[in-house]
Design a protein around this ligand. Structure first.
Ligand SMILES: [Zn+2]
Length: 257
């Protein structure tokens, strides 16, 4: 009799365990399905909200949305009206936005320095060749020298500075600490201000920090390189955390060519 009751207790415990495991599995699968569905809905609605608020008048062919990168190099010089600011050339069309941007920083208490503006392909070629020669003079073979040069200098034809719409702009205090331009310049309040308010003046920080953006731009984070795209485009890009590459794809998919 004692043997029999132990036997039953064993059976009941076994059944309870099987029941709990089975029920738990069903609950878990159900919950996972709900999560997947919820994620899909969220993705759909985020794509939809991106489409809905897309600047209606923006087109891929707009002058301020020109794209130059490693995948889209240009071999011929771009012609536009140049103006000179602090000994640097820029496209005349961004003179007012850039002046306003820097004036805004000044009002907030930050002096800024325009480090770089327009660079012709010829000038970019010279910078590139000088770096290559310097590396070789330091004893590197051609392959190593090229690799190092390419890691810090855009190949001639693929630099956005050729557009006249890109500027290297730094808080003067940040630049004093990092004269060679370093990502850490964004430790400074001045640089933080520039990054935060750029879109109000039609600029975006062109080379973002996260790995997805870096894979799109092909350029590491640069806390100083701003690109003019126009206020509506800039605000949209910042709101949806988009690189120019990604934003252009959205315009293309929406048929805004
Ligand atoms: Zn730059």
């Amino acid at each position: 009799m004692k043997m029999r009751s132990k036997h039953w207790v064993g059976w009941i415990c076994g059944l309870i365990i099987i029941f709990v495991v089975a029920f738990g599995t069903i609950l878990h699968v159900n919950h996972s399905n709900k999560l997947v569905k919820k994620q899909q809905t969220m993705q759909k609605s985020s794509i939809k909200s991106q489409r809905d608020s897309l600047p209606k008048n923006s087109k891929l062919s707009d002058w301020q949305l020109i794209l130059i990168n490693k995948q889209h190099p240009r071999t011929s010089e771009i012609h536009f009206n140049q103006v000179t600011v602090d000994d640097k050339q820029i496209d005349q069309r961004i003179l007012k936005p850039l002046t306003d941007f820097r004036a805004g920083a000044k009002v907030a208490g930050y002096d800024t320095t325009l480090v770089s503006g327009y660079r012709s392909i010829a000038a970019q070629t010279k910078v590139y060749q000088d770096s290559l020669q310097q590396n070789e003079a330091n004893g590197m073979d051609r392959e190593t020298a090229t690799k190092l040069t390419k890691s810090v200098i855009q190949t001639p034809g693929s630099s956005e500075h050729q557009t006249g719409l890109a500027v290297d702009l730094a808080g003067s205090d940040a630049l004093a600490k990092y004269p060679a331009l370093m990502a850490q310049m964004d430790e400074f309040k001045s640089q933080k201000w520039l990054i935060k308010h750029a879109a109000d003046y039609g600029f975006v920080l062109r080379y973002l920090k996260d790995s997805k953006s870096i894979s799109q731009t092909g350029i590491d984070y640069e806390s100083w390189h701003f690109r003019y795209v126009g206020i509506a485009n800039a605000q949209y890009m910042v709101k949806h955390h988009l690189t120019l590459e990604a934003y252009r794809n959205i315009l293309r998919n929406a048929g805004q060519n």
